[in-house]
Design a protein around this ligand. Sequence first.
Ligand SMILES: Cc1ncc(COP(=O)(O)O)c(C=O)c1O
Length: 495
Amino acid sequence: MSDNGSPPLAHREMDPETFRRHGYAMIDWIADYLAHAERYPVLSQVSPGYLRRALPEQAPEQGEPMERIFADFQEQILPGITHWNSPTFFAYFAITGSGPGILGELLAAALNVNGMLWRTSPAVVELEDVALGWLRELLGLPSEFDGTINDTASTSVLYALAAAREAAPGLRARELGLSGAPRLRLYQSQEAHSSVDKAAITLGIGQQGIRKIPTDAEFRMDPAALRAAIQEDLAAGWQPFAVVATVGTTSTTSVDPVPAIADVCAEYGLWLHVDAAYGGTAAILPERRWVLEGCERADSLVVNPHKWLFTPIDCSALYCRRPEVLKQAFSLVPEYLRTSEPDGIKNLMDYGNALGRRFRALKLWMVLRWFGQEGLRALLREHLRLAQQLAERIDAASEFERLAPVPFATVVFRYHPADVADEAELERLNAALLERLNTSGEVFLSHTRLPGGQYALRVSVGNARTEQRHLDRLWELLQQTACTLPRGTIAAVGG
Ligand SMILES: Cc1ncc(COP(=O)(O)O)c(C=O)c1O
């Protein structure tokens, strides 16, 4: 205890002056970090368990000064960070936050509100409505699409499929015992994201309830095969209930033919969910509106501003044409959460499994306002240009082969020297190339496997700070490193 009887400083909530001092220091650090993120190895170079070994086994008995905590953040935590902020992060779907998004997160953290009910923070509910309304209009989606923000597209598809099941005849979830459940079938292409499978498993539909529809030469769902599968399942006593189409598949960014799929859904009365988590954002460009063609007929659609709209993770927008069905699937109000607000007030807890809701709309609203429609379009166009240019370089190089169309800003390709025809050897060479590039710390790429079995490399451009020079260097590295790979079947991956 101090002289005046209060607990020592470190045991109390931070006073405003101390908060201000450390806050300024951290903001300074963040500004420098963002400006120079490429100084760090993009892929973390630590080995498993490094942090467990470095940190004490127990929480400190006495509070510690923030200077020491911040120093440890820099010395111990930072080496274990893979820098998604780096302009040479080209793996998976490259993403960025942005200054306005980070500041939005900061304010949301300071307010620390839980937007579960309208009354627990009216602005959380109403700003979500406004920001998602703006985004809906930017994407060209119809006004009846009602949006809610979830953490991820994985959660959004889980909620969408729960609504789809709710909408199916005789299938109100809360009235079903597991034993009474019919044999439900869900359709998706063989290239759909694994989050759809996880959602089906979580909902008790199981993997046996999923039918994966074959794709065409450009990795798009075949609507004729979809119709045939539904007919076959109906004849065998299954109950088809939903189709998931993808706009921008994870592996090759292919775009399923949504208009034709919507026709099939209309014919059989099935819920159509569109996973536009990555690719949907491109529709803010008038010249790419076509990517969401037919999506106005979807029952639900997900697009992730945290993927390609400069909003810090996490922020996934789920649009639903029949929000009352989503609400019916999830609304369950215990006494302590009953309120006297008039009908028509939206309580976010009614639109998903989570009761608590972060104030995610704040960062999205700040991003939309800071960049403006023009600014966002300019950034996306630059990413598309850089990806297109890489695709052209690959097409023009005899030792490289592009393996998929490039409708967005992701290029799928492989190193393919003229004298190597064996698929296993090509895989070994490309895996070795990937390993060398990634361990260099200069760039970070990822890989995929195509339906035909080919191992492919992926470069995704999505960072607000990625410039021409970064793509030039990547292309140089790809060519130089490929030339030095040991050839022959005894070459070890990474050797
Ligand atoms: C097409 C697609 N859908 C869904 C997801 C899942 O995204 P999230 O991490 O938001 O759950 C991904 C992830 O990359 C994706 O590529």
